[in-house]
Design a protein around this ligand. Sequence first.
Ligand code: FAD
Length: 210
Amino acid sequence: MNRLYPSLGQLISRIGSRQIRNIGTIGGNIGTASPIGDTLPALIALNAIVTLFSLEEEREIRLEDFLVGYRKTCLKNGEVIKNIKIPKLTKNEYFKSYKVSKRYDQDISSVVGAYRLKIQASKISDIHIIYGGLAEKPSRAIKTELSLRQKQWNEDIVCDSAKNIPNDFTPISDHRASSSYRLRVASNLLVRLHRDITGEEDASGVVKVS
Ligand SMILES: Cc1cc2nc3c(=O)[nH]c(=O)nc-3n(C[C@H](O)[C@H](O)[C@H](O)COP(=O)(O)OP(=O)(O)OC[C@H]3O[C@@H](n4cnc5c(N)ncnc54)[C@H](O)[C@@H]3O)c2cc1C
């Protein structure tokens, strides 16, 4: 995972504690269908396909369609997740995911952002933006995606598009984060994505804001 999707490997290294990571599975993270399950936004962004197996049949479904509501999946009686297929990134395609929580280690996320985008001739030819922690299930920021498709990949345009995030989500406030904080973080992560890909973010992961 680390080799093909370093950003996902990094995210997984922040799930729970070492003990939780040693015993927990990705199948269990998906099966829980939590709005703040850490692997879900990343796997949806990567267009992961889950294979569902039962004694009667075997079927494949996009993870995005597998999650149907708050902690709800379309798993039928007797079915289990058999495997997860993740398409490889193609040329000029980038993937990044970020977890934001109160503590760095051993903490449940306030917001998780995951992004897969293709940049050709300095233009965004395709982009998938998924957030966890902003809705009843990890969901795409459809309006924000639309505002970026076929646009130039530059920070002004990304900052402008980030203003669409409140049109995509109406998050709840709870003990982890307020609604406005979640929206602010989601917007800022989009800007971070741009800086990360263009190399403007330093290796420590600290974003320099001028
Ligand atoms: C202290 C602690 C910290 C945690 N921190 C995090 C965190 O930081 N981020 C995070 O995302 N999660 C966290 N979790 C939640 C949990 O550990 C993860 O979601 C983990 O991936 C669950 O995996 P599991 O194999 O233990 O699943 P289980 O707990 O065994 O199962 C969870 C659900 O998925 C179903 N399920 C499991 N496997 C399959 C399968 N193959 N097919 C179909 N359904 C299946 C089960 O029936 C159940 O409904 C934490 C949990 C604890 C206790």
